[in-house]
Design a binder for this molecule. Structure first.
Ligand SMILES: Nc1ncnc2c1ncn2[C@@H]1O[C@H](COP(=O)(O)OP(=O)(O)OP(=O)(O)O)[C@@H](O)[C@H]1O
Ligand SMILES: [Mg+2]
Length: 282
């Protein structure tokens, strides 16, 4: 697949001396959903900020669709929409004006039909004339997405899009992200949650202490890290694994008094050493 963002030997040292990014090399493929997974302070927001031109890098280079983000910053930035982690937006403006203004910042001609479509998709249409300060936290987060989509970007960054939002809004965001991808938009999102990365992304990059420690296709990562465990509560106590089940890597886990005293459970669990096959019949 074609590369749309190319990050080469990128490092960032803040004025405080803190080295937030260390020689990052990363390629984002056109049209993919890429999740950047890492703990607090890992460098996710710094990396995104640097690609979007908000944070100056200390070393290295970044190209967005072939445009160097320093030498050719206008072309690079016009392709990108950013939904920031922090809720920052003008409190006294209306929803409609705020989103329309964002589009204007990129030098795009007014397109009320597009703004209407975006506000409707984000369930903000009924609040288009409300002042931003009167919106709820979840609505403000949707407004940030609307602003980021106002200039029809081909690449969308979502920095912790589902932090502090309810289940319904989380589902709506995932739906929106999928429909954007279907229309050809490349999506990069950051998250602390491996389940969110698993649900949404095709590839996952793990960042820790400013270093990308792995980039992997989701399916491959889940195969390496994932483990499924099935626990069955049985009606009758089993003394041993029946021969017919011997191929399934099962173990007897002992009694389960919390559920039904006297019932044993079978657990599929590789590390359990207590599996004991039944003696052959006769
Ligand atoms: N403007 C700044 N000046 C100095 N240090 C900063 C600045 N912004 C971030 N840092 C530091 O850089 C490191 C990486 O921060 P960053 O915000 O990129 O992490 P993050 O992975 O986005 O974390 P979180 O999951 O908490 O959002 C942290 O140690 C942070 O304190
Ligand atoms: Mg962050």
């Amino acid at each position: 697949m074609q590369t749309v963002i190319s990050v080469t030997n990128l490092s960032k040292t803040y004025a405080s001396g803190l080295r937030a990014l260390r020689s990052i090399n990363l390629d984002i493929r056109r049209g993919e959903i890429f999740a950047l997974l890492g703990p607090n302070g890992a460098g996710k927001t710094t990396l995104i900020g640097t690609i979007c031109g908000i944070v100056n890098s200390s070393e290295g280079s970044i190209r967005v669709d072939g445009h160097d983000i320093v030498a050719d910053y206008r072309a690079a930035r016009s392709m990108i929409g950013l939904v920031p982690q922090e809720l920052t937006t003008d409190a006294f403006e209306s929803v409609w004006n705020t989103v329309s203004f964002s589009r204007g910042l990129f030098g795009k001609p007014a397109n009320p039909a597009h703004i209407e479509k975006v506000l409707k998709e984000l369930s903000l249409w009924a609040r288009k004339d409300s002042k931003v300060m009167t919106l709820s936290g979840g609505m403000k987060r949707r407004l940030l997405i609307a602003k980021a989509l106002s200039h029809e970007p081909r690449i969308l960054f979502l920095d912790e899009p589902t932090a502090g939002v309810d289940v319904e809004l989380r589902q709506d965001m995932w739906k929106l992200v999928r429909s954007l991808q279907a229309s050809g938009v490349t999506i990069i999102l950051t998250t602390h949650y491996i389940d969110e990365a698993e649900e949404m992304a095709e590839r996952i990059g793990v960042i820790n202490k400013g270093e990308i420690i792995l980039v992997e296709d989701k399916a491959e990562l889940m195969r390496k890290l994932g483990r499924k465990q099935l626990t069955l509560q049985l009606e009758k106590t089993l003394e041993c694994i029946p021969p017919g089940l011997s191929a399934y890597n099962l173990a007897l886990a002992g009694y389960a008094p919390a559920f039904s005293p006297g019932a044993a459970s079978i657990v599929s669990y590789r590390a359990c050493a207590s599996a004991r096959p039944c003696p052959p019949p006769g």
